[in-house]
Write a protein of this length. Sequence first.
Length: 78
Amino acid sequence: MNKIFVVGLGPGNLNQATERALEALEESDVIAGYTVYVDLIKDRFAHKEMISTAMKKEVDRCNLAVDEAQKGKQVSMV
């Protein structure tokens, strides 16, 4: 299994995220998250595979992220 990063995006504006958060997203093959959060970053990270699920689908989202990591991909959860 590869790494899974848990990444906070800050108060909602990507330019307020920490440098390490942006590095983790850039290092990842896949970015997974709640649809609203993925929408906030999709333009900047359009070259990444994105997985999103609706509100109240946290377990599904986590399982999808683990599945991708088990395939050898590096994943960020936002």
